[in-house]
Design a binder for this molecule. Structure first.
Ligand code: NAD
Ligand code: MG
Length: 368
């Protein structure tokens, strides 16, 4: 079992990582007998895991209510949030209640925002069940719902009291979702740590077969990195946290232009990482051998490294402008400068970006 502390003085919290945590004792949840809780999950996850966590909590005489939302990003909205508030009020949950998010990033984000705002803030426990949520969204305190006019437009920074990562949940996760999460893992290596990138090159096959020790090491490492970033730049103010967006300006544009849901977030980020490498190469800041290693690792993971030829590079650009600040047709981007080092680079020209996207379009491949 691994335990990491996110250090935020009086708001510090532990991340516990191990197999089978949901079948084990209450120790991993900071809850006592007679305390009120509301588990929030979706229909897919409820069918597999809700009874496990209910049993563990009920055996410890914790009071448990639950809400099962429909599955999907489309339900990460104000309507679901309002439904959640209605249930909390109807079942007379007080200020001392605890919300438990059992699911991936969608459930984590909605539940987190509900916890941030119900009665001006109640306790939150994150139980992430996707690789993406275990290495990224459950840690760090960003919570949100979508608005018809934009993704994650309504939300709050709100840290959980505890994050419980049961890696056994990954066994039931669809493989495409697991692989998508690996794109964020590769991003951590490329942006922050050369030795972790090297480790990924050696262990990618073990991760793909869900080998337990490798999974624990990998998730622990990503959480440690994110915890370090959060501890120094909780609200994305000093620029360090923004390096987590490596590959994302392009990724978001690809997701939007293809139509949400066609490509998973991590798949779009994967192609975005390659475009970021190519731009960095074109401005003379990155060796081509690094791009080649990034492409090779992403391919081995089964991720796309180029974008479909039907996507017109000039149509991606307006989405990027919406995504990031723009001055006189010049864009500010997070770019890799070497393996394990990224930086915000200003004034990247339109022509250069378009030509890097074109280079990434030669051939559409998903991992062969
Ligand atoms: P998701 O929550 O939609 O889960 C993906 C799919 O896997 C869903 O169908 C879900 O029901 C299913 N699933 C989850 N766990 C499972 C399991 N163990 N077994 C079987 N099926 C399972 O997607 P996601 O990739 O986890 O999260 C994406 C969301 O996270 C987006 O809304 C994004 O905006 C948000 N996000 C937030 C942050 C943050 O810092 N708050 C960071 C990154 C992403
Ligand atoms: Mg992401």
């Amino acid at each position: 079992m691994e335990r990491i502390i996110v250090n935020l003085q009086e708001r510090s919290y532990p991340i516990t990582i191990a197999p089978g945590l949901l079948n084990k004792s209450i120790n991993f949840f900071p809850l006592k007998a007679e305390e009120q809780t509301l588990i929030v999950t979706n229909n897919t996850i409820a069918a597999i895991y809700l009874h496990k966590i209910r049993t563990v909590l009920k055996n410890a005489r914790v009071l448990v209510d639950s809400i099962i939302l429909p599955d999907g990003e489309g339900y990460k909205n104000l309507h679901s949030l309002n439904y959640l508030f209605s249930v909390l009020l109807k079942k007379a949950h007080g200020r001392d209640t605890t919300l438990i998010a059992l699911g991936g990033g969608v459930i984590g984000d909605i539940t987190g925002f509900a916890a941030a705002s119900y009665q001006r803030g109640v306790r939150l426990i994150q139980v992430p069940t996707t690789l993406l949520s275990q290495v990224d969204s459950a840690v760090g305190g960003k919570t949100a719902v979508n608005h018809p006019q934009g993704k994650n437009m309504i939300g709050a920074f709100y840290q959980p009291a505890s994050v419980v990562v049961d890696i056994s949940c990954l066994k039931t996760l669809p493989q495409r979702e697991f692989i998508s999460g690996l794109a964020e893992v590769v991003k951590y290596g490329l942006a922050f740590d050369r030795s972790f990138f090297n480790w990924l090159e050696e262990n990618i096959d073990n991760l793909l077969t869900l080998e337990e020790l490798s999974l624990i090491q990998c998730i622990r490492y990503c959480c440690e990195l994110k915890a370090k970033i959060i501890a120094t730049d909780e609200r994305d103010q000093s620029g360090w946290r923004s390096l987590l967006n490596l590959g994302h300006t392009f990724g978001h544009a690809i997701e939007l232009e293809l139509g949400y849901g066609k490509w998973l977030h991590g798949e779009a980020v994967s192609a975005g990482l390659v475009i970021a490498c190519r731009i960095a190469e074109k401005i003379g800041r990155l060796k081509s051998s690094v791009t080649e290693r990034v492409i090779s690792l992403l391919k081995r993971a089964g991720l796309p490294v180029s974008i479909p030829s039907i996507l017109k590079p000039n149509r991606l650009f307006p989405h990027m402008l919406r995504d990031k600040k723009m001055m006189a047709r010049k864009l500010q981007l997070v770019l890799p400068l070497s393996l394990g080092k990224a930086q915000v680079c200003k004034s990247i020209s339109y022509d250069l970006i378009i030509s890097a996207i074109e280079d990434s379009q030669q051939k559409f491949t998903r991992g062969n």
